[in-house]
Design a protein around this ligand. Structure first.
Ligand SMILES: [Zn+2]
Length: 456
């Protein structure tokens, strides 16, 4: 019997009767569990609430599954503007003639469309998005308004993008100074913000000259910033870099000082075994974007990346921002490549990529990416009473094989409920959709492709 009574714990938010799924070393699954949140962090996980504990709000999570917030490290929310078209045009929007480009988007349009892209990701359980594109000053503000965690950046390059779609790669130091300077200004403006970690999104090795890459590497090291790039994304990149430097993109990154644990390489389709070994040695991270890549008829050599020992994070890039569906894409495409079901491609592997893998890539694994006491309370609650998720024999198997972003009922970041009943708490969803639709109509009309006009 205790002689002195400890004060009963108080929680801001408690979930009872929940099934918890978490990646990492701890128990992967807990049923009928209690999870308590205090001061924005996970303060308690157990089978019963401590004696006398009080909670400002208690949620009965019977029939629900709670997972850590999904970490979507490579998105371009503004590119929602090319949804329904770019996926069938053959290549990345920045390189494709006839569709709206970042250079054509004004600030008001950027704000409206970025809110749409970020809201879509948040509603489907992404608690962190690593977003970069044009107008990042405006879009960071707009996306942060939803409450979602952000790793934003301007799109940094010194190539003249207005000419790339026409086949001309010309490097202009003034463009480099402008895009890099804007990214550094963004970092200064958001320094110390609890949910915003500005990074340096150098676009790609073909769109950044060697000297410019060296400058970015120096700044990233001096300021301990993450660098988020497209790496081995296209045959065009491979050929341009080979012609310019005589090397692979990975070799150029190594030579210019960018191949470090701070680097996230997006796509990683065109990498040799030697490139992968080099990445693994350097501790750089691969960002796997299976839906985008498969939609354009390509696949990253993910089984080989995994065998090389490279940390893999997942991202939706310009595609539908459903990270739950994306885990399935990552799993089944790897099985197609391996020619069967293997022990190293199981649901828990892709679940880890979608959570802890992203947290590691961002240097945030000590505070994000799993359900552990002491970590930030970034949580996603899904309704598992729906027909496609019954029976609950293996919740993780259900999540990865039949789950969808639309099954997300609640999203919590830093203990704050941002999505409840499948709807955002901070913004009006219909208004976000309306404004984005209007902005996209203007942009498509500007490139002469008004899909909304009836045929003459
Ligand atoms: Zn991208």
């Amino acid at each position: 019997m205790p002689t002195e009574r400890e004060p009963a714990p108080e929680f801001d938010l408690v979930f009872r009767n929940a099934t918890l799924l978490s990646p990492g070393d701890g128990p992967a699954e807990r049923r009928d569990a209690v999870l308590g949140v205090r001061d924005g962090a996970i303060a308690f996980i157990g089978q019963a609430l401590p004696q006398g504990a009080r909670a400002a709000r208690t949620i009965d999570a019977a029939g629900k599954v709670i997972i850590p917030g999904l970490i979507n490290v490579h998105t371009h929310a503004i590119l929602s503007m090319v949804r329904g078209v770019a996926a069938d045009a053959g290549f990345a929007p920045s390189y494709t003639p006839g569709i709206p480009k970042g250079t054509q988007v004004n600030a008001a349009q950027a704000r409206a469309i970025a809110r749409l892209g970020a809201l879509e990701a948040l509603l489907f359980g992404s608690t962190l998005i690593g977003d970069n594109f044009v107008h990042a000053d405006v879009t960071t503000e707009a996306m942060a308004g939803l409450g979602v965690r952000l790793a934003p950046s301007w799109r940094i390059h010194d190539v003249d993008f207005a000419r790339v779609a026409d086949g001309h790669w010309e490097y202009d130091p003034a463009i480099g100074a402008r895009t890099l300077g804007a990214a550094l200004d963004l970092a200064e403006r958001w320094a110390g913000h609890p949910r915003v970690q500005v990074q340096l999104a150098a676009h790609a090795v073909d769109t950044c000259s060697d000297s410019f890459l060296r400058e970015i590497a120096g700044l990233a090291a001096a300021r301990d910033m993450r660098v988020n790039m497209h790496l081995g994304q296209s045959q065009v990149e491979v050929e341009r870099v080979r012609a310019r430097t005589g090397r692979t993109s990975t070799e150029v990154l190594d030579d210019t000082g960018l191949l470090t644990p701070r680097l996230m390489g997006g796509h990683c389709i065109y990498l040799s075994e030697a490139d992968m070994a080099r990445m693994a040695r350097a501790g750089a991270h691969a960002v796997h974007i299976p839906k985008c890549n498969a939609t354009s008829g390509r696949l990253a050599p993910t089984p080989a990346l995994k065998r090389a020992g490279i940390n893999i994070a997942l991202a939706t890039d310009t595609q539908h921002a459903d990270m739950i569906e994306l885990m399935r894409w990552a799993l089944v495409t790897a099985r197609v490549q391996e020619g069967g079901v293997a022990d190293d491609w199981q649901p828990h592997h892709v679940f880890e990529m979608a959570t802890l893998g992203g947290a590691r890539a961002l240097g945030q694994a000590h505070r994000l990416g799993s359900l552990e006491v002491g970590k930030r309370a970034d949580l996603v609650m899904l309704d598992f009473r729906r027909p496609h998720l019954v029976p609950l024999v293996n919740p993780l198997g259900n999540l990865v094989h039949t789950g969808q972003g639309r099954d997300v009922e609640m999203v919590v970041v830093d203990g704050e409920i941002l999505v409840e009943g499948g709807l955002p708490t901070r913004v009006d969803m219909d208004e976000v959709c309306r404004e984005a639709e209007q902005a996209c109509r203007e942009l498509w009309a500007d490139v002469g492709r008004a899909y909304w006009e009836p045929a003459a």
